[in-house]
Design a protein around this ligand. Structure first.
Ligand code: NAD
Ligand code: TDX
Length: 347
């Protein structure tokens, strides 16, 4: 299969591209702008493989997207390119509106023109998978879980921009017949995760003996899914999902932020014993404005209709992730050096 993957140099996109190219032998064109969050080193093992190609381009550039479709002639699009960090969206929403909304619109338009020109069999088989987040559903109370029937209630600039893009993807199917599908997934973690996000930030700070910032009282809950399980779910959605449908993907693994941080401290203490337990580095800091309290996903539809299920438990996945960061300083050290002391104080 010939697949155009946007955002393939990012965290989830690179896991997907490595899975497609190295494990499934698929032909992949990565389209990525290489923002601060994109890094070609994350897919360096794919470079030079038959069928692998890379295009450095902005998805907002519709003319370039049209040319990429015309030249590459994909059978499917997997759209992951986005601005993805909630704290950055609070500090400045403009790139989120631009890439997540305008960029998705641009890509849908390019795909629509290309799809209209395909002959019948190729047209029927074409898929446009729009990859989204559980954050579009807002914040849960102590019980219940998001599923495909949950009303949208985004509460941050990031989640509002993703919600808008989900609606665009659906509208392009209803209005123009472009075979779009949407997936909404919970928090991913794993190798090649940019060190502004909670889990890699805590791992790297704890390794270095630096303070561990926990927003508010640490009681906020996220559902965590190992990134390689998400990559397999996305492939299942393209292969077996129905156009016009939404699939919620999650790890059935709810954790309080404070528990995640303490788990990382304890696992690192066991691997790199220090003079004092790393839990002593935990600092409760000013909360994120509009901080969603709890996310949880019911992935039953994806399990039933896509034949997908997660393989990695949080316990094994977090241990693998810590071991990966311990073994792969070559990847994270330049990113830490480049972003240290940044305006947002993220790292
Ligand atoms: P990321 O920030 O790690 O990577 C985003 C990638 O998109 C980068 O390679 C970046 O260079 C590229 N990009 C950004 N703007 C672009 C543009 N205008 N044109 C072309 N490329 C551009 O993000 P991620 O965590 O890998 O998330 C990927 C997708 O999955 C996003 O759509 C995100 O909303 C969604 N998602 C993420 C999570 C999560 O936990 N990280 C969970 C659910 C859904
Ligand atoms: O230093 C921190 N301290 C802290 O307590 C950071 C960076 C985060 N947090 C909290 C905020 C959240 O409750 O940890 C939780 C996870 O934070 P992030 O890693 O920033 O992820 P989140 O805001 O939950 O969003 C992530 O999951 C859904 C991704 O960044 C999104 O792209 C995805 O859609």
């Amino acid at each position: 299969m010939r697949i155009l993957v946007t955002g393939g140099a990012g965290f989830i996109g690179s896991a997907l591209v490595r899975h497609l190219v190295l494990e499934r032998g698929a032909s992949v064109l990565v389209v990525d702008k290489l923002t601060y969050a994109g890094d070609r080193r994350s897919i360096r093992d794919c470079e030079g493989r038959p069928g692998f190609a890379f295009l450095e381009a902005d998805i907002c550039d519709t003319a370039r997207m049209r040319a990429a479709f015309a030249e590459y002639r994909p059978e499917a699009v997997m759209h992951l390119a986005a601005e993805s960090h909630v704290d950055r969206s609070i500090a400045g929403a403009a790139p989120f509106i631009e890439t997540n909304i305008q960029g998705t619109f641009s890509l849908l338009e390019a795909a629509r023109g290309y799809h209209a020109g395909l002959e019948a069999a190729a047209k029927a088989g074409f898929r446009f998978l729009h990859v989204s987040t559980d954050e579009v559903f807002g914040s849960l109370g102590p019980t219940g879980a998001f599923d495909e029937t949950t009303p949208y209630d985004p509460r941050s600039p990031y989640s509002a921009s993703k919600a808008a893009s989900d609606h665009l993807a659906r509208a392009w199917r209803e209005t123009y017949g472009l075979p779009t599908l949407v997936t909404n997934c919970s928090n991913n973690y794993g190798p090649y995760h940019f060190p502004e996000k909670l889990i890699p930030l805590i791992i790297l700070n704890a390794m270095a003996g630096k303070e561990l910032p926990v927003y508010g009282d640490g009681s906020n809950i996220r559902d965590w899914l190992f990134v390689e399980d998400h990559a397999r779910a996305l492939v299942a959605a393209v292969e077996r999902g129905q156009p016009g449908e939404t699939y919620c993907i999650g790890g059935r693994s709810e954790q309080r932020n404070l528990d995640v941080v303490q788990t990382i401290c304890d696992l690192l203490d066991a691997r790199l014993p220090g003079a004092r337990p790393r839990r002593e580095l935990i600092r409760f800091v000013t909360d994120r404005p509009g901080h969603d309290q709890r996310y949880a996903i019911d992935p039953a539809k994806a399990e039933r209709e896509l034949g997908w299920s997660q393989q990695e438990s949080f316990e094994s996945g977090i241990a693998r992730t810590i071991d990966w960061y311990l073994a792969n300083e070559w990847w994270w050290q330049p990113l830490r050096a480049e972003y240290a002391g940044e305006r947002l104080g993220l790292i």
